[in-house]
Design a protein around this ligand. Sequence first.
Ligand code: DP6
Length: 351
Amino acid sequence: MNDEIVTAIGTPNVALVKYWGKRDFKLNLPTNSSISITLDESLNTKTSVIFTEKLKEDAMYINGERTDLNDVSNEKSRFTRDIINYMRDLSETKARALIVSKNSFPTASGLASSASGAATLSYAVSNALGLSLSARELSIIARKISGSACRGVIGGFVVWRKGEKADGSDSFSEAIADEKYWPDVIDVITLVSSAQKKVSSSEGHRMTPATSELYESRPKSAEGRVKRLEKAILQKDFNTLAEITMKDSNSLHAAMLDTYPPIIYMNDTSREIMYAIHALNENEGGIIAAYTLDAGPNPQIITLKEHKNKVIDAVKGIVGRDKILVAGQGSGPRTLSAAESLIDETNMVPK
Ligand code: DP6
């Protein structure tokens, strides 16, 4: 497969029961299992990869900027380099890689840009090398770059089982139900701020377990929520899904605040949106929407297609209609045609 450009598109995933805390930092092994929805291509990462003998060294560009893969102080660069080397060894080539990647949405704003990037990268690199990896193998590879990415290589509702083994071979994602099973469930994303977060999630994964007493109960309680949520998804029980989603987000952000020094990702606008969703549910006499926040201030509101407009109406006065995006469920990364390549083949540079 050398000298062939492969271009892939992948998407973020939104966690309903979240990953926060690692039992192994090198392998990104989590302290609890987590569940997410892989989103459709409303938000996406496109990545082109070529392996060729013409290059002297590996090069990677993200959103137009060269990323130094040899920067050992940058964990993500180090993990990415290790993954490229690992897959290159698997395919028994010595060719160097040119990787060009673009996100259609703000990086590091709590919208899972690293998950989308790492899931797409793992998929694109494995395809460029002609490796036929199973979803499980791809999930383990993506996990090593960014934990949450291991869920994004699979479509629909996905569970990442934390696993028990020290080598991480049983810590991978699998489908609970694909994107066609319960497509009514959608994500209304509110872009409160696109500013980069002050504390990276990698840093938070260390600090919260190390300093928060509230966190101590989380690994066990999150595991219980994962079990109940899996059942709720299979039964298409939105009420239970929504309650678990909001409670998991709230309990995580409580532990973040309990971290010392505190980690605060929410702002006043995030809180206003949360209140608006509770008010909406109260008015409706039942739960029709659930908010969830990752390591950033942007609430994502999980709802059913039939309630989309009610949800938008409830929050557009707070955040502005132009800051609201709606995403359905997606199928995970896929390959694009040669016309979509981000690499200029004649000069071997980003287009
Ligand atoms: C709050 O996957 O970004 O989004 O493994 O260090 O790359 P690393 O962390 P990352 O953490 C994501 C945390 C979260 C919750 C989630 O997506 O489950």
